[in-house]
Design a protein around this ligand. Structure first.
Ligand SMILES: [Zn+2]
Length: 315
């Protein structure tokens, strides 16, 4: 018997063409969603360009560029002129997201418009729901979330994505919008990786934290319960957020449920690679592609990522 191995896995790694022939996971731009922030005033972010704020007018131009690059879907976040206790800016007819939707719908009819449905960008206290005696109250919040989702659909949204983590919100929205796809942030963790987003969206809570409604990072089984509930309430897509620190959760959701699974490659994941790339510690493009491949390999069918626009150029 030969002293050398008969099975040599290196045989298929010899050239780039051979490697690509047997590649198990491929990134497809069609599966990516670009988050966009719309505000009354623009705010450029030079370090983290994907976290810049656009006016409605600029947003139309940016969306046009995305469409030209082949991006199929965007996820809209709004920053209102004024914030109040009732998050009026979230659900009023001429709110910033509603204005953006009407214009985008007209200018880019083929682009899939998904909207984030939450109150934290619109409340004066920055929490995702109505605050009573320092507590975010669940059922009163549901009414405002439903109002917000309905106003988005009236203005042209293709799908709504509730991110608040109140109990029963998918069911409440489903009742009001039987025909609209709901992309549920089903397993959204109280994560330290949302920092740059909160700055971009101006949604940091002025007191306390979100641990009373977002999930404990230590829990994976609970994520499956959240997913099960959301599906039963009528969700069409289940999302795990963040992505990279929760690849095991993405995998578990993928194995348990047969609906599309989404993952949100959050601002902190993007910022870490950007910062390390800017300092020369690693190559941003390589690290980004590896990150996105890992999220896809874990089982995500669609990926919300701040690299979506870059990815369009890279692929
Ligand atoms: Zn929120």
């Amino acid at each position: 018997m030969s002293a050398f191995p008969a099975t040599r896995l290196r045989r298929l790694r010899r050239t780039d063409a051979l490697r690509s022939l047997v590649r198990e996971t491929r990134l497809d731009l069609d599966a990516f969603v670009m988050p966009l922030f719309v505000a009354p005033e623009p705010l450029r972010n030079d370090e983290l360009p994907a976290l810049s704020r656009f006016t409605v007018e600029e947003l139309v131009a940016e969306a046009g560029e995305l469409v030209r690059l082949g991006v199929k879907a965007v996820l809209l976040f709004g920053i209102p002129e004024d914030k109040d206790e009732d998050a009026t800016g979230a659900w009023e007819d001429d709110g910033i997201v509603q204005q953006a939707l009407r214009t985008l719908r007209q200018e880019h009819p083929g682009l899939v418009l998904v909207t984030d449905v939450c109150l934290c960008e619109y409340t004066s206290h920055g929490h995702c729901g109505v605050l009573r005696d320092g507590e975010v109250v669940n059922d009163e919040t549901l009414e405002l979330l439903v109002r917000t989702a309905v106003s988005h659909v009236d203005a042209g949204a293709d799908a709504v994505a509730p991110s608040d983590m109140m109990d029963g919100r998918v069911g409440a929205i489903r009742e009001a919008l039987p025909e609209t796809p709901i992309v549920s942030y089903a397993a959204k963790y109280a994560s330290a990786f949302y920092g740059p987003f909160r700055e971009a969206a101006g949604s940091a809570p002025s007191s306390g934290d979100r641990k009373g409604y977002q999930m404990d990072p230590a829990n994976a089984r609970e994520a499956l319960r959240e997913c099960e509930l959301d599906l039963a309430e009528g969700a069409d897509v289940l999302m795990v957020k963040p992505a990279l620190p929760y690849l095991d959760v993405i995998r578990a959701v993928r194995e348990r449920f047969d609906c599309p699974v989404a993952a949100y490659n959050v601002s902190g994941e993007y910022a870490m690679v950007k910062a390390a790339g800017a300092r020369g510690h690693l190559d941003e493009r390589q690290a980004a592609l590896e990150s996105l491949t890992a999220i896809s390999r874990a089982g995500a069918d669609l990926i919300v990522s701040y690299w979506t626009k870059d990815l369009a150029a890279w692929l």
